[in-house]
Design a protein around this ligand. Structure first.
Ligand code: PLP
Length: 378
């Protein structure tokens, strides 16, 4: 076993060897600019980008023209929300989201308030679920966008994207989803789910950092946030990150072909952790129950809160295990996160641990992690 053990796969993932191998030739050999038409270097880069675009589109049942490459999901969320508003400002200035969204969505909505946008935050229950009839009631003639994530990066809650999509389509409102945690991890189909825009990033699915995409359905158009040259159907200018895009496509291809195995592997290890933590008695689960409601939760995520001394002890025992922790005393961020606060975990005496499991996680690593926590509480 190599130490420290990595259990923070909801934050980022290592690059899969198959992905790295696919990228390598595009750094030194095929280094052309995909926008340089008319010579072999440019043509080689362009054909690699177009083949990657087709692979990524195919993975989510979209068409290649509907994939806009970006620097990652933060940029994709900005492009979707700001771009939709600037496109549809004539229609209205009302946006609907939820308090459990990623900061890349919440801060973008907040920044648009300066331009007159009003945001409705739907309520969430103790597991982080929204209420569909509240969503339907919140949509009015001024609503330009509903933006709700698919899988929550902290507490693992999955929103019913298809039901949300149906509601938005019926009301004629664009629906954007931050699907960063789910594309390549669980089935995702833009046609079935009636999604108008979806944000993706490579580094959460064993691809490189700094490359992502926004799916924009044919018939939707967003105003670019980065001008200069009109790349990506005029929606995002800038020289394309060719090796990154090639790696992104390889990552999604591998993720889709290994999906069933990855889901079974992560679910098994995640459930072992939860069964142990549950047996301690002092541990509160955040998000839907992995054993009774596995379909409502990301297969690779477990978030728990532990109060008082036990929390400190258990978090302290994991010094050789990289987990994401929010602790009353030991962590730099002593406050519960905005997501935890929205589901009612407001007690500042709580230590919250997020375990993110991945393709490379082994049974031995989970044994070791459980053993650390067991000796701490004993
Ligand atoms: C990681 C993450 C992001 C940010 O993605 P970057 O590519 O790192 O900018 C946005 N939303 C969710 C849900 C995430 O998990």
């Amino acid at each position: 076993m190599n130490f420290p053990i990595y259990l923070d796969y909801n934050a980022t993932t290592p690059v899969d060897e198959r992905v790295f191998d696919a990228m390598k030739p595009f750094y030194m050999e095929h280094f052309g600019n995909a926008a340089s038409s008319g010579h072999a270097f440019g043509d080689r880069a362009k054909s690699a980008v177009e083949s990657a675009r087709a692979t990524i589109a195919n993975a989510i049942n979209a068409s290649p023209e509907e994939i806009i490459f970006t620097s990652g999901a933060t940029e994709s969320n900005n492009l979707a929300i700001k771009g939709a508003y600037r496109m549809l400002a004539q229609k209205g200035n009302h946006c609907i989201t939820a308090p459990t969204e990623h900061k890349a969505v919440l801060d973008t909505c907040k920044s648009l308030e300066k331009e007159g946008v009003k945001t409705t935050f739907l309520s969430v229950d103790n597991d982080g679920n929204i209420n569909l009839s509240e969503l339907a009631d919140a949509i009015d003639e001024h609503t330009f966008l509903v933006t709700l994530m698919h899988g929550n990066n902290e507490i693992g809650t999955l929103h019913d994207i298809q039901k949300i999509g149906e509601c938005c389509r019926e009301k004629g409102v664009w629906f954007h989803t931050d699907s960063t945690q789910t594309i390549g991890k669980i089935p995702f189909d833009v046609q079935i789910m009636l999604v108008d825009m979806a944000s993706l990033t490579a580094h959460k699915i064993y691809g490189p950092k700094g490359v992502g995409a926004l799916y924009v359905r044919k018939g939707c158009k967003v105003i670019p946030q980065i001008d200069g040259g009109g790349h990506e159907s005029g929606m995002r200018s800038g020289t394309l990150n060719v090796p990154g895009i090639v790696g992104f496509a390889k990552a999604i291809e591998v993720a889709v072909s290994d999906m069933e195995r990855d889901i079974a592997h992560c679910t098994h290890l995640r459930n072992r952790l939860w069964e142990f933590l549950k047996s301690l008695g002092c541990v509160t689960l955040n998000g839907p129950n992995p054993l009774t409601h596995p379909q409502n939760r990301l297969p690779n995520n477990l978030s728990v809160s532990i109060s008082g001394d036990n929390g400190e002890l258990i978090a302290g025992s994991l010094f050789n295990v990289a987990v994401s922790s929010r602790s009353a005393c030991t962590s730099a961020s002593s406050e519960p996160s905005h997501v935890l606060r929205s589901i009612g975990r407001t007690d500042s005496n709580l230590t919250t641990l997020r375990f993110g499991i991945g393709r490379m996680t082994t049974d031995e690593e989970i044994d070791y992690t459980i053993e650390c926590m067991r000796s701490a509480v004993e």
